[in-house]
Design a protein around this ligand. Sequence first.
Ligand SMILES: Cc1cc2nc3c(=O)[nH]c(=O)nc-3n(C[C@H](O)[C@H](O)[C@H](O)COP(=O)(O)O)c2cc1C
Length: 147
Amino acid sequence: MASILVVYATLSGNTKAAAEIIADSARAAGAKVVLKAAGEAQPKDLLECDAVALGSYDAFSYMGGGLKDFFDRAFYPTQGQVTDKPYGAFLTHGGGGKAIESIESVAQSFKLKKVADAVLVKGKPEGPAVAALKSLGSKLAASAKKP
Ligand SMILES: Cc1cc2nc3c(=O)[nH]c(=O)nc-3n(C[C@H](O)[C@H](O)[C@H](O)COP(=O)(O)O)c2cc1C
């Protein structure tokens, strides 16, 4: 069974809610899901998954510190071992959303392969944002499918 890691940084819960929607959708598409707050996520979670969703809130036009910390901790222990692993990014923001660039840029440094457009959500996920997050979950599950 394909395994999806959903890792997220949140302060007030919007990004956690987004992560849970992605996780539910990937599960519904038949994947096993590991859902972790960035502070709890370990490099081995990234090594062991078949695809990863990377999410944060926007903090001064950069990703939240928790996700940055996860990336910093995971870089050397996973270097060269996650090349072309499928990923998709998501962000909640207050009206800006520029922080998505920081997540996409670090994902490139890890040499992950982008398999879905990033999902940007203003505030708490509702309406069309929920549909976009569900779509991200199902795309990741499809990209991670084992033959
Ligand atoms: C310290 C701080 C800085 C923020 N900076 C930005 C910003 O630069 N641009 C933006 O659009 N939203 C900004 N926001 C708003 C949050 O990204 C937004 O409310 C987000 O949905 C919070 O997610 P969370 O509930 O998962 O913590 C900032 C919030 C905080 C707490």
